[in-house]
Design a protein around this ligand. Structure first.
Ligand SMILES: Cc1cc2nc3c(=O)[nH]c(=O)nc-3n(C[C@H](O)[C@H](O)[C@H](O)COP(=O)(O)O)c2cc1C
Length: 323
């Protein structure tokens, strides 16, 4: 399959695909063309959260091109944050209209705005003329019903968006069930905008299913599939970064990630917590992972964690993601 003209975008995964992850990943693997950073929430009264801004400082993000994402529903706060990001050098900004978590959705943020296309329409009408960056949106099919998408795409047609990234599930579905390709197709057919596909690309077969179903799509966003298989983007593109055995490359990647997070996190619980998060996705990609992975996930001290990770890699289990 010719994958020369495709763009692979790393999905924003809050708590995972931060600056550290993106840089370490890019040192070890290839195939991802750009990344959307985990969301930065707007704050009132022209305030910024420095730690979230730090994640998207362009000088620190030279390994992997990054697009900041904003979560919010107040136009003046959005414009303020987007203006700051533009001053930092960001010419492209993404609006999070897909976050499914009820705490966020209840406040009409993320997917909580999707049942109110007239509200989104108003916000876009205020925001777009007042920001210098181009704006894309990341959405789901709706909050409660996948039929919400039809009013949404009609409304988006009235605005000059850079693209629509659609994860074809509803908000209340969270990550249950499968991505709805029929609904994705209908949404795309009813829109004048460029669409990016996002959802459940976990191996070459699932990528090819999407690619064959939507031959006009050239942009694919992948999230959890990269955590489970950091080689996935280079496998899709057929461009391995180097020929070393997989396990060694994974081990080096893990060890460097650990070293970099160790510089940032203060206590052992933070560090092991973050690393164990990665193992919940990566671990199941190994055949016979159950017992040794459980050991890693049970570790509460740094020595226990590092010993158990070393033991895990020493087992030389077959790396077989998606099976
Ligand atoms: C742990 C986690 C954190 C996420 N954080 C964000 C986020 O900050 N912004 C966003 O737009 N989507 C977020 N998402 C959704 C993903 O970007 C993506 O849309 C979703 O995981 C489906 O793609 P995938 O099947 O390739 O993982 C998150 C998903 C997960 C599982």
């Amino acid at each position: 399959m010719n994958t020369k003209n495709i763009t692979i975008i790393l999905a924003p995964l809050q708590g995972f695909t931060d600056l550290t992850f993106r840089n370490v990943w890019a040192r070890h693997f290839s195939g991802i063309d750009e990344a959307i950073a985990p969301f930065i929430s707007t704050m009132g009264q022209e305030r910024l959260k420095p730690i979230r801004i730090k994640d998207v400082v362009p000088a620190d993000n030279q390994q992997l091109f990054v697009i900041p994402q904003i979560l919010g529903n107040v136009s003046k706060d959005f414009i303020f944050l987007a203006g700051h990001l533009y001053e930092m050098g960001h010419k492209r900004i993404n609006w999070n209209l897909g976050c499914p978590h009820s705490k966020i959705a209840k406040k009409h943020r993320g997917s909580g705005l999707l049942p109110y296309p007239e509200k989104i329409d108003d916000l876009l009408g205020q925001i777009i003329p007042n920001i210098s960056a181009s704006l894309s949106v990341k959405i789901r099919l709706g909050r409660r019903s996948k039929d919400e998408i039809f009013n949404l795409v009609a409304m988006f047609d009235r605005h000059p968006l850079e693209e629509i990234i659609l994860h074809p599930r509803t908000g209340i579905q969270m990550y249950e069930g499968t991505s709805d390709h029929d609904a994705f197709e209908k949404a795309m057919q009813n829109s004048r905008h460029v669409f990016t596909y996002n959802g459940d690309i976990v191996d070459i077969a699932s990528f090819e299913r999407v690619r064959n179903r939507f031959p006009t799509i050239s942009r694919f966003m992948i999230g959890r599939g990269i955590l489970a298989n950091p080689f996935l983007a280079e496998q899709i593109k057929g461009e391995p970064k180097n020929g070393e055995p997989k396990l060694d490359r994974l081990r080096e990647f893990h060890d460097q990630l650990f070293v970099e997070y160790d510089k940032i996190f203060s206590g052992p619980a933070h560090l092991t917590g973050r690393m164990k998060g990665f193992w919940t996705y990566l671990g199941p990609s190994f055949k016979g992972h159950k017992k040794p992975l459980k050991q890693i996930l049970k570790s509460t001290s740094i020595p226990a964690y590092t010993d158990r990770v070393a033991a895990f890699f020493d087992l030389n289990l077959e790396f077989s993601p998606g099976s």
